[in-house]
Every structure is written in C-alpha cells, then in structure tokens.
Write a protein of this length. Sequence first.
Lengths: 118, 377
Amino acid sequence: MEKPADWTTGQEAILYQLCGSCHKPQYFRRGFCAACGSTELSEKRASGKGTVYATSVVMRAATPETRAHVPYNIVLVDTEEGFRMMAHGAMGLKIGDAVTARYATFTGRLVPFFEKVT
Amino acid sequence: MSYITGVGLTSYGKHEGLTSLDLMSKAAELAVADAGLKRGEIDGILCGYSTVSPHIMLATVFAEHFGIRPSYAHAVQVGGATGLAMTMLAHHLVDAGVVKHVLVVGGENRLTGQSRDASIVALAQVGHPDYEVPLGPTIPAYYGLVASRYMHEYGVTEEDLAEFAVLMRTHALAHPGAQFHEPITIADVMASKPVASPLKLLDCCPVSDGGAAFVISREPTNAARVKIRGCAQAHTHQHVTAAPALSELGAEIAIAKAKEISGVAISDVRYAAVYDSFTITLAMLLEDLGLAKRGEAAARVRAGHFSRDGAMPLNTHGGLLSYGHCGVGGAMAHLVETHLQMTRRAGNRQVRDASVALLHGDGGVLSSHVSMFLEHL
C-alpha cells in the first residue's frame, strides 16, 4: 500500500478510510475493511473535531528522546467521523471535552495535538 | 481430563547472573520433581518467550538445554495471558491423547538482564507501530487511559485503586519468595511517584527475574488431585485504540464461556487468582469476572473479602504487584500459589477452603483473556 499523506508521514492531516460497502470508518489503514472485508475503501480527511474518551499524562518516559517531553498527555479521542484515535492533548483535558486538533512536534516528529474547543 | 500434577516457582526479584534458560530450568526441575516424574517422562513442552533473549524456537532450545526430547514442543505468545493460554493448550493436548505429560514453563531475567528502560521500551511495542508508538505511550499509559475511563464511568477513585496495591503487598509479606517485604499503606501508594496518570509507582507491578513451571498430565501422578474443570479465551483487539467499550471487554466473554464449558458457577468458587499488572487491571477484572459488582471491588477489599481469611482469598502470594512480574512467569506464579492452596501446602498463607478456584489472565491492553476453573478432588 502507498503510504498515507497524514501525520504518520509528517503531514498535517488525519486520514481515515470509509468502507463503500458497510459504510464503517476505520483509522488503522489497510487494504480492506476490517468490519466486512470489502476492498471498496475511500480515503477521507478528518475534520480534527472530536470528544475526549480517555487521558493519561505520562510522567515517567522510557527513552531519552521522550523523557525530554515529560509530562505529556496521551489522549484517546472519538472523532466526529466515528473512529477513535490516539494523540497528544493539552494538559487538563477532561473526558467528554469537545476538542479540535492542531499539530505539535514530539521527538522530532509531527503528532496530532488536541485542544479544548472554547 | 487433565490434572495439574506438579508446580515449581523460584523467588522473584534479582537473580544476578542467571539467564532466562537458567530460571526456566530451575522452575522446571521443581515442577517435574513435584509431579513425581522423571525428566524422560515429559513428552510435551510449552514455553513462553523471553524479551531479554528472544529466539524463534525457544521450546526446543529449552528442551535441549533441559535434556528432554519431547514429541510435542513450541512456544506460545499471548503477553500476560501466556501462562494460562499454555495451560489451556496443555489441557487439550493431554485430553486428546497427543501427549501424557506437558511441561509448561516460563522464566526470564527481565530485571538484571536488561535496563528497566529497555524493558519498558520493549513492552510499549505492543502498541500500534504507526498510530500509537510514535506518540510515546508506555504500558502504564495504555492502562492509565483505560483507568481514566473506568474511573469516569464507574466512579472509582485513586484511593480505591490503592486498596489493591496494599492488599497484594500484605499478601506478599507472608511469602518469602516475594520481591517486596516492606508493608505499604494507602498513603504510601497515593504519595508514590506519578508514572502515567492516574497510575503511580505503587499502582504498577515491578520488573523481576524469576521462573515458574507446571506439569499438566492426563492422569494424576501423585496425591495432588487438581483437575482442570474448564477454560476459555476471548480476544477482542490488540491495540487500546481499537478496544471495545468497557462493557464489552474479553474478560466477560471468556468467563461466560468457561462457566458454560465447566458447569462451574461463580458462587462455587472459593479461591481467586486474577491478573494484576496494575491496580486498575485487578479492579476491572474482578468486576468483569463477577467477583464484585461494578465499581464495588475496592469496597470488598476494604471489607476483607479478598484477604487470606476472607470469603474469596485472592492472589495470596502477592500477585504481580508484590510477588513480582518476570514476564511469562509472572502470572504463572498465580497458578503455582493456587495449586499450593488447593493441596494445602501454602503454610502460613493457607486459606480455609480452596476446593474450587478461578484463574484469569490478561495479555496486551485487556486484549487477550483466558479464564480457567480448577477443582481439587
């Protein structure tokens, strides 16, 4: 498969796949729909809007590169497109908060970073 | 039909200078002797993995090292659920008549064989390589995410979680082989260093060296009549991003199947051995398994329900949280302790009645589950 043009390859975008057969969205990219097996997938760009599902602030990191960023907030966000994703988030985010994505640099890489919608 | 005919367990903590094979061999030697068998009578070997010394054929490496030429051998990898998954497979292998005596073994010098950071990095790789690992999560962070959600949905507090750490430590104090021998309080847990919120250092199991082994046989080989009544697995996801809702996790699926297969009900159970990589893991699994109502496991700890003299003694050796966690062997210590309790060999830790036991293992981030019922005949 071609590499996606999204944050995982250093570009400011969150992409997902939408199944043309069962209409389920999927975030982890693959050549078929994990829900129904169909290969009729279209690639979509997510709005970056969502709701916080879970959070964990990492205080003890395991590598020198990640330790330089401590503390950082790992969040699971339920996007408005209907898939869940892991990202970084602002400190103090609470479960249920409406959030929107910007991007930050972490260990020299681009990562999605969610902030509360004000 | 299958019986757990022998068990072996090393102390957990530091075993300076010992390799994974050394620790596996020590535990295996104890288990084979406990079953009253000779090495040559073992015709099947199942082993786990070692993150310190990875090998594509660890079971045959071990068989050669230990001096056995089995007719069935391979490694199994299901993270923290590996020990019970191997036991389940051994049960089916002897029941089907493929082999007579399966040696199940796990051991690793995870503490002294590599740096703690190397261990944490290796384990974090259970995350998705493209969509999770680049974000710098650790295993405590994966479980921290689950904990934040569980606490939000069911009103569980950090003080509630601390109860499980104190309980496991209290139990470990009675076991000379445990990694930790100092008592701790709720205040100690609350004041321990933050690792990945809401989890603090004392909410997390340690990294240990150690080994554990059992022999699973078609027929009893000695006076220990510990029968595997039934077991079942469930695998709902690998990555926490892809986990189902809290009410749809694999523990509930696995236990429902195990109950159906074995005909055992939770009300029959007298002893529980439940995976406890973190305090949240134990709290959630106890509630998923039906050993406490939703959000009420901590209250049951406070009431003494899971203590040695309580109605449902739990992990009386101290669990992963305080006996220690050497990888695959970690949760195998739960089964060794269960066997000692069932055969009334637990010494000062002996419970009144361990005639029927429930064991549960979890691998990944609540990804893979194995539930098992044992009965002492």
